[in-house]
Write a protein that binds this ligand. Structure first.
Ligand SMILES: [Zn+2]
Length: 197
């Protein structure tokens, strides 16, 4: 594996808050709703498993068929009380051929977890900065189901990337070589609580 080829990208605005453009086509809004509903259905299954003792984070990647638009999830993975590797490092983020990763979801099952050595880690029901970074770096949406029953979504700011051998390489600088600042958007709390059992 060498370095990804240098590709000159069009000038893009500095990443900022995500706003739906007034003229965004209806199809895009429908796709967004389909994705939200799919993620909710996956978390309805995953959160109760995650909340069972020993409480562990669960999660997976959501893939969309390139032509069919059909949504599917990679096999559900579990981790520790405060982390889970959903497989974003896998080729195509673990999504099967003919599909693209569009989102990932995971759970936060506990407010307090034993950090070892008597230390207690405090779990936040909201996305961690690392969660948001994963969404930013992979340019995919993140969904979260937490012990407070809330269903949260994070949409990353758009960052230009180069795709090479199924991996995305973010452009850390603009075309003038100026380093782009790391930007995190706000979390959205979606309607409706997730069942805990
Ligand atoms: Zn997390």
């Amino acid at each position: 594996m060498g370095k990804p080829p240098k590709v000159r990208l069009p000038k893009v605005p500095v990443p900022g808050a995500h706003h739906r453009a007034a003229g965004q086509p209806k199809a895009a809004v429908t796709d967004e709703m389909k994705l939200e509903n799919f993620a909710r259905a996956e978390l309805v299954k995953a959160l109760p498993k995650s909340l069972r003792d020993p409480k562990t984070e669960h999660g997976a990647v959501i893939c969309r068929g390139k032509h069919s638009g059909h949504l599917s999830a990679t096999p559900l993975r579990s981790g520790t009380a405060t982390s889970v590797d959903v497989g974003l490092e896998e080729p195509n983020c673990g999504c099967p051929e003919g599909t693209l990763p569009v989102a990932f979801f995971h759970t936060h099952p506990t407010a307090e977890a034993d950090g070892g050595g008597g230390a207690t880690l405090h779990g936040d029901p909201d996305f961690s900065e690392q969660d948001k970074r994963l969404a930013n770096n992979n340019q995919i949406v993140a969904f979260l189901g937490s012990f407070d029953g809330k269903f949260r979504r994070y949409i990353p700011p758009q960052i230009p990337f180069t795709e090479w051998q199924g991996k995305r390489y973010l452009n850390a600088t603009d075309e003038n070589g100026k380093v782009l600042p790391e930007v995190f958007n706000e979390t959205t709390e979606l309607n409706g609580l997730l069942p805990k059992t």
